[in-house]
Design a protein around this ligand. Structure first.
Ligand code: FAD
Length: 638
């Protein structure tokens, strides 16, 4: 057996994006020793790419904003399928988490009177996104890294060792979670550069690995988003929820092909940009769905008035929740009113002076100039839907981030529940801060309560080594399967058959194809040796993408309604009987297969607390709830 480097920590955080770093800070503040492991460079995570901002009801741009309005907007955005307790905690705590970032050294854009500036975004009643131009995520990560360095300096002063309580393991991929009697005992992985194996013995693991977008061809996500945390959780006995709900962001680049899918921030529309079809028509006025009728402007004049003063008019339908806008763009293109390259136009050029565009949206200006040779201060952008975010993830306790496996915690995009069937823009960065902190606290409290520490079994470590090395063994009867070919086939399958609009026979065809890919995966073979070998890395990631894609497809088949990020052509419209139902994905933890079969079961959520229910008008809830559920509403009780 090859050597396995070993480390011992109280808590291992897998992922160094916003959720992971906030969890690290919290666990260290509780006095525990923490390893933070990330498969990319430290500082390169999806969080860094976040552009538009971080939603928090600070009330700086409109003092009427408060946590209750943020809570209501979040529930509406998720079509009332959200875990309401998570939505409540998130709305209540987001503002404190943003202010706390300032104490770490964050520098947000300011209002003229010096408060944190907040911008409009889809589905938010008031301007709510704290931002730093269109580079907000970069500031978030920079600040939290700075905080970690300052904690390490404190540790140096106390112990003479900077890494006494926080150590970063960058470019290190975790491939397996190890358990002892059903409780987390550690994490196993490999160094991407050397291919050497590494074991982290720890009684608590926080998963903060982000999303799954790399299972799709057209995506805003980068190479790390292969659903590793989702698959690690499943394989050690945890459950996933909401996996049928994927967010297709309405505005990804559509041209040139090499950059198809790259995100165009919603901040463009938040700052006044408008969507137009090839006839030059602002088509979003034709797509206000019945559940939002009365809440959105019905003429261009009213929409433009709202941009000037959002108290004197209704908001523009260009800023409907993302699922609605993505479907509308899809319809326009299908109806032959799309652009040359299969998108629609997003026009900011005619809406404000060039220098204002460059000041507010510097990254977008740069991105289009460099990648598409388009000057967004003079011409419209061409945009179309792109796979962006997964609402589904590890089922956790809202208050502590604990999964059903003792010692396992999850936060950020790899956890599920908070966003229901559709996430509002800006609610991810705030989610990372609120629930990253809570998962760090939850993991610390769990470790502090333990009397005995679980120990990973040597046989499990050997098995993890064997599984990781399997792709180097070619099958006896041929050259084996190429991981790049399998990946391309998987992406095309998910893109074409389980994409933005779904049909039963197509999803069934996808499941058949996934079965075929799973069988072929058993013969996946890579050339070369372990030192930096991207083919090998992809082969290991591919197992995760296959298992997670199966969760998406099987849940999409089972949910016979359309809601948020899940649109069934053969079951249009929301069905109140499905509103409170979760589809829970699991695998048999005793299975030794690297891609075990997925089971999906339907389970109901705890009904919303009465005081929260009372925040909504009965007439609004009637659009979503069954009569029986509404009986508890104060207005229904008379
Ligand atoms: P990430 O930030 O992606 O971090 C994941 C970490 O896990 C990385 O460090 C990765 O290396 C590590 N990792 C993964 N697998 C493994 C493994 N097996 N072993 C070790 N490490 C692993 N949201 C907003 O709220 N506002 C915005 O303006 C916004 N803009 C966005 C723009 C773009 C282009 C994109 C792609 C997303 C945007 N989002 C935005 C969404 C938001 O950025 C993400 O949902 C969020 O950053 C996810 O954070 P995270 O901490 O969960 O994961």
């Amino acid at each position: 057996m090859p050597d396995v480097e070993r480390h011992d920590y109280d808590v291992v955080v897998i992922g160094a994006g916003g959720a992971g770093l906030r969890a690290v800070i919290e666990a260290r503040e509780q006095g525990l020793s923490v390893a933070v492991v990330c498969k990319s460079l430290f500082g390169k995570a999806h969080t860094v790419m976040a552009e538009g901002g971080c939603a928090a009801s600070m009330g700086n741009a409109n003092e009427k904003d408060n946590w209750q309005t943020h809570f209501k907007d979040t529930m509406r955005g998720g079509k009332f399928l959200n875990n309401w307790r998570m939505a409540e905690l998130h709305a209540q705590e987001a503002a404190d988490r943003v202010w706390e970032l300032e104490t770490y050294g964050a520098l947000f854009d300011r209002t003229p009177d010096g408060r944190i500036s907040q911008r409009n975004f889809g589905g938010h009643t008031y301007p709510r996104l704290a931002h730093v131009g269109d580079r907000t995520g970069l500031e978030l990560i920079r600040t939290m890294q700075q905080k970690i360095v300052s904690l390490q300096q404190e540790d140096f002063a106390a112990t003479g060792d900077y890494e006494a309580r926080i150590k970063v393991f960058a470019e290190c991929t975790i491939t397996e979670l190890l358990t002892d009697n059903g409780a987390v005992a550690g994490a196993f992985g490999y160094w991407r550069e050397s291919g050497g194996f590494v074991l982290f013995k720890a009684p608590a693991v926080v998963l903060a690995t982000g999303g799954i977008g790399k299972s799709y061809t057209v995506t805003s996500n980068s190479w790390e988003y292969t659903g590793d945390g989702h698959a690690l959780a499943l394989r050690c006995g945890a459950t996933l929820i909401n996996m049928e709900f994927l967010q297709f962001h309405p505005t990804g680049m559509v041209w040139p092909p090499s950059v198809k899918g790259i995100l165009v921030t919603e901040g463009v529309r938040g700052d006044g940009g408008v969507l137009k079809n090839s006839d030059g028509k602002r088509f979003m006025f034709d797509y206000i769905p019945p559940v939002f009728k009365g809440q959105y402007a019905e003429t261009e004049e009213e929409a433009d008035q709202w941009l000037r003063d959002n108290d004197s008019a209704r908001r523009t339908p260009d800023l409907l929740p993302r699922d609605e806008v993505a479907r509308a763009i899809n319809e326009e293109v299908k109806a032959g009113r799309g652009t040359e390259h299969g998108g629609v136009y997003l026009d900011i050029a005619s809406r404000m002076p060039a220098e204002e565009i460059v000041r507010r949206l510097p990254s977008m200006h740069h991105q289009f100039k460099e990648l598409a040779d388009v000057d967004i201060t003079a011409e419209p952008m061409e945009v179309g839907p792109t796979c962006h975010y997964v609402m589904g993830g590890v089922e956790v306790d809202p208050d502590s981030g604990a999964a059903v496996v003792p010692g396992l915690f999850a936060a950020g995009e790899c956890s599920g529940g908070m966003h229901g069937s559709n996430r509002l823009g800006g609610n991810s960065l705030s989610d990372l801060l609120v629930f990253g902190r809570r998962a760090g606290l939850g993991a610390s409290a769990y470790v502090q309560r333990l009397t005995d520490r679980p120990t990973p079994a040597e046989t499990d470590i050997d098995a993890a080594v064997k599984t990781a090395l399997a792709p180097f063994d070619a099958p006896a009867d041929g050259p084996g399967e190429n991981p790049y070919t399998l990946h391309a086939e998987l992406q095309q399958t998910m893109n074409d058959l389980v994409g933005i609009i779904r049909k039963e026979h197509e999803v069934r065809a996808a499941i058949d194809k996934l079965d075929e890919l799973r069988a072929r995966y058993a013969n996946v073979t890579v050339a070369g040796k372990r030192p930096f070998n991207p083919g090998w890395h992809l082969a290991l990631d591919l197992a995760n993408m296959l298992i997670v894609s199966e969760c998406v497809a099987r849940a999409a088949l089972m949910r016979t309604e359309s809601r948020g990020g899940h649109t069934r052509d053969d079951h249009p419209g929301m069905n109140p009987d499905w509103r409170n139902s979760l589809l829970v994905c699991a695998v048999d933890p005793a299975s030794t297969a690297q891609i075990p079969g997925v089971t999906v079961t339907r389970a109901d959520q705890t009904p919303m607390r009465d005081d929260l229910l009372a925040l909504f008008e009965l007439s609004e809830l009637e659009k979503y709830y069954t009569e029986q559920e509404l009986a508890a509403h104060p207005a229904a009780e008379g």
